[in-house]
Design a binder for this molecule. Structure first.
Ligand SMILES: *Cc1c(COP(=O)(O)O)cnc(C)c1O
Length: 497
C-alpha cells in the first residue's frame, strides 16, 4: 500500500521570521526520532511500523521540499520555514495514515431518486440476509456438502427448491449476475448455432452489456428478425433453419418502444419453438417473483407467468426487483438446466457462499407475500407512501436551510422516483423531497459546488441536478438513518476551501 502525498501544501508550522541560514538549512526531525517518540507509538500500534515509517518519510520529504521552496523564494518576503517539532508532526502523520486506511467502498445516502441504482449497488438487503452473510463470513459452511448424507453436494441445491416453488420451473441454477446467466445459456444452447432475436429487443443495458456482444462471446450467431418497431410471427418463422439453436426474447429494460409497434408475445412464439423443437428462452432482466400490483406498483411480468406461458428457460437478476444479492438465476426445463450446469463456464461464473447466504433468506421472505412490503427492503422502499417522505422533508428542511445560509433556498416538494435498473423504465413513483436552488444567479456554478460539498460529507449525499436545482429525493432515506443524515448537515456550514 502506498501513502499518496497530499496535494495540498502543509500548513506553516511556525510563524517566526527565519534567518537566511534557517531558510537554507531546513530543520526537520530525523525520521527515527519521529518513530521512537512516545506520541508515535499509538500510530505504530494501529498501522504497523513499516507503514508508519513509510508515511513519516513521505511527510518529511514533502515538508522539506515545501520549506526549501519557501526558503528559495526570491521575492524577498520572509520565509516561513523553520524548525518543526515531533509533537507538531504527529497529528499530520496521523491524518495521513487515517486517510490512507479509509475504505474506498463506503456507505452513501442515495437521494438520487433511483431506488435500484446500479452505480450505488442496487438492492439493499433485509437484516435476515445481513445476519446470514455475517455467519457465512465467520463460519465454515456446508456450501457443497450434504449434511444428511455426509457426501459432496451441489451449491445450487441450497436455494433450488425455493426458486422452483416461487417460479413453477422444473430446475434452477445460480451464477454471478444476469449477464453471466445469459452468456452461459447462449454458450450452452446456441454456440455454433443461430439465436433468433427481434430487432426491437437488441438491448444495451449499460455498463457494456449488449445482447449482440454477448452473443458473439458465447459463440452464437445473432439472427436479427423484424424491424425496430415491428416484428411479426412470420419473421421468426422464416428465420428458423436447421442450425437454429434458440429463440430468445429480451425484456425491454431501460426503454420502451411506443407508437406504431408490434411485438410477438411469448404465448404466440412458444408453439413455433415447440413445432421446431427449439428452446424458447426469455431474458427477463428484473426477477419479479410476485405480482407487484398487489402492492400498488405497476405490473411487471413475473418469472412464474413467463414459465407458465411456455418459456423453456428464463434468466433474471437477483439484485433488481427480487431485492437480493447480485446474482443471475436461470430457471426452466430440467434437461436444459442439466446441460447448462455441465458447461465448464458454469464453474467460472458460479456464485460464492456470501451470495447464497444472502439469497436464501431473501427467497424465504417470499413465502409470506402479505408481509413482504414490511420485510423486503427493496419493496419497502418502492412502496413507501409519499406522505412519509413529505414528513421527513419538512423535518429536515429548516436544518438544511440553516446549514446552507442565504446563498441557497430550500423547499420541500413533490417529485417522482424511478425504480431503476431497467425495471419498468417508463413508470415513476410519486415521492417527496428537498429541492435546493441558488438564491442568486451571481454565484457561478453554485449548484455544482453544493453538489460537491454534499459528496464531501462523511457519508456522501448523492442527489441529482436538473432544471437549475439540486433534487434530494427522500424515498431511500430510511428512517433509522435520518438522524445521521441530519447530524452531518451541520458540516455544510463551512464551505470547502
Ligand atoms: C439488467 C439486465 C441484464 C443484466 O443483468 P445484470 O444482473 O446486471 O448482469 C440483462 N438483461 C436484461 C434484460 C436486464 O434488464
Amino acid at each position: 500500500m502506498s501513502i499518496q502525498p497530499d496535494s495540498a501544501s502543509p500548513q506553516p508550522l511556525r510563524d517566526a521570521a527565519p534567518t537566511a541560514d534557517e531558510a537554507r538549512c531546513v530543520r526537520l526531525p530525523a525520521v527515527h526520532l519521529v518513530l521512537s517518540d512516545a506520541l508515535c507509538q499509538p500510530l505504530i500500534a494501529d498501522y504497523g511500523r513499516a507503514q508508519t515509517l513509510a508515511a513519516a518519510r513521505v511527510l518529511l520529504a514533502e515538508l522539506r521540499a515545501d520549506m526549501l521552496a519557501r526558503g528559495a523564494d526570491t521575492s524577498g518576503h520572509a520565509s516561513q520555514s523553520s524548525a518543526v517539532t515531533v509533537p507538531e508532526l504527529i497529528p499530520l502523520l496521523a491524518q495521513r495514515l487515517k486517510a490512507a486506511n479509509t475504505s474506498n467502498l463506503r456507505p452513501v445516502f442515495n437521494l438520487s431518486g433511483t431506488v435500484l441504482h446500479t452505480n450505488l449497488g442496487r438492492a439493499l438487503l433485509p437484516d435476515s440476509a445481513v445476519q446470514a452473510v455475517v455467519d457465512a463470513l465467520r463460519w465454515p459452511m456446508n456450501l457443497e456438502w450434504d449434511i444428511d448424507t455426509g457426501k459432496r453436494g451441489d451449491r445450487d441445491n441450497l436455494v433450488e427448491q425455493q426458486i422452483l416453488e416461487l417460479t413453477g420451473a422444473e430446475a434452477a441454477t445460480v451464477v454471478n449476475n444476469n449477464a453471466a446467466a445469459v452468456l452461459l445459456m447462449l454458450s450452452t444452447l446456441a454456440a455454433g448455432r443461430d439465436a433468433i432475436v427481434s430487432r426491437g429487443e437488441l438491448v444495451e443495458i449499460g455498463g457494456a452489456f449488449r445482447i449482440p456482444d454477448i452473443m458473439t462471446r458465447a459463440g452464437a450467431t445473432l439472427r436479427e428478425v423484424g424491424c425496430t418497431n415491428r416484428t411479426h410471427l412470420k419473421d421468426y418463422a422464416e428465420a428458423i433453419e436447421a442450425h437454429t439453436g434458440l429463440l430468445l426474447k429480451v425484456h425491454c429494460s431501460n426503454y420502451a418502444i411506443t407508437g406504431f409497434t408490434k411485438t410477438v408475445e411469448l404465448p404466440e412464439l412458444v408453439p413455433l419453438a415447440r413445432q421446431h423443437k427449439i428452446p424458447m428462452a426469455v431474458d427477463l432482466g428484473s426477477g419479479t417473483l410476485v405480482d407487484l400490483e398487489q402492492y400498488g406498483l405497476p405490473h411487471e411480468t413475473t418469472v412464474r407467468e413467463t414459465i407458465e406461458a411456455g418459456a423453456d428457460l428464463v434468466t433474471f437478476s437477483g439484485d433488481k426487483l427480487l431485492g437480493g444479492p447480485q446474482c443471475g438465476i436461470i430457471v426452466g426445463r430440467a434437461d436444459l438446466i442439466a446441460k447448462i450446469k455441465k458447461n465448464p463456464l458454469k464453474r467460472a461464473l458460479r456464485v460464492g457462499k456470501l451470495t447464497l447466504a444472502a439469497l436464501e433468506p431473501v427467497l424465504a421472505l417470499y413465502r409470506a407475500p402479505d408481509l413482504l412490503p414490511e420485510r423486503l427492503t427493496t419493496l419497502r422502499l418502492l412502496t413507501r407512501p409519499a406522505a412519509h417522505m413529505r414528513a421527513q422533508a419538512e423535518a429536515i428542511l429548516p436544518v438544511l436551510q440553516a446549514a446552507l445560509g442565504a446563498d441557497y433556498t430550500v423547499t420541500a416538494e413533490a417529485m417522482m422516483s424511478q425504480i431503476g435498473s431497467g425495471a419498468l423504465p417508463v413508470e415513476q413513483l410519486p415521492s417527496y423531497g428537498l429541492v435546493i436552488r441558488a438564491s442568486s444567479a451571481r454565484i457561478s456554478n453554485a449548484l455544482g459546488a453544493l453538489e460537491k460539498r454534499l459528496r464531501d460529507l462523511p457519508v456522501p449525499v448523492i442527489g441529482h441536478i436538473a432544471q437549475d436545482a439540486l433534487w434530494l429525493d427522500l424515498r431511500c432515506l430510511q428512517e433509522p438513518q435520518q438522524e445521521r443524515f441530519v447530524q452531518q448537515l451541520q458540516q455544510l456550514q463551512q464551505p470547502a476551501p
